[in-house]
Design a protein around this ligand. Sequence first.
Ligand SMILES: [Zn+2]
Length: 241
Amino acid sequence: MSLKIVEKDFDFSSLSERSVTDLIVLHHTGGSDIDASAEQIHGWHKNNNWAGIGYHYVIRKDGTIERGRPEWAIGSHAYGENSHSIGIHLSGEFDGSYPTEKQIENCCELIADIAVRYDIPIDRDHVVGHGELMATSCPGANLQALIDDGTITGKANYYRNCDSVDSIEPACEPQGARSTERFNTLASCPEWSQPTIRKMIEKGYLCGNGLKDEDGLPADLDLSRDMIRLFVINDRAGLYK
Ligand SMILES: [Zn+2]
């Protein structure tokens, strides 16, 4: 994952550690469509007599991700839900205006990164707009629409799945060797793919041409590495449930 976070050195009056993380909450600046910085927001929230900036991340209009409150700390961004959530603020006002493409892409990559690290599913139970938790127009109708229509969770799942498939199986062999390589049995398939291949055999989606091994499993699957990668991606997308 190529995620770049711009670190900040804010001082916070007091912070406490969050022990549960199972929710990601999206916010906007609101008011007027300004490119609020983490520094600015830190100042505003200090003036509220809070420990400091309440959001864990601020995504500027050019896509830059700035660190707000340390990720381990309980935030101040979603009343009643701070003890188990991470707050991401996208700079701007999204009732009249729209988040930029870079804000959306980087937000989704950040969601994917957080979801992997805390083992949170990327779905509508775990990724919400502020207004789904309490009566507020935050994060603006135009950003909320992208949450509601599945754009945000879809892109975040894409970032999570693509990156993890690349990272579990780095391209370290010469292309020629890889293209002729064939996997004929479940046991010979790469370990990261075996749960998927097993499921496909058990469901009858993969059956080979009839040659069986001593366990009665197909022994002539004739799978290439690219096919296996695609099966794993499809499995993660829920196609073989
Ligand atoms: Zn909010």
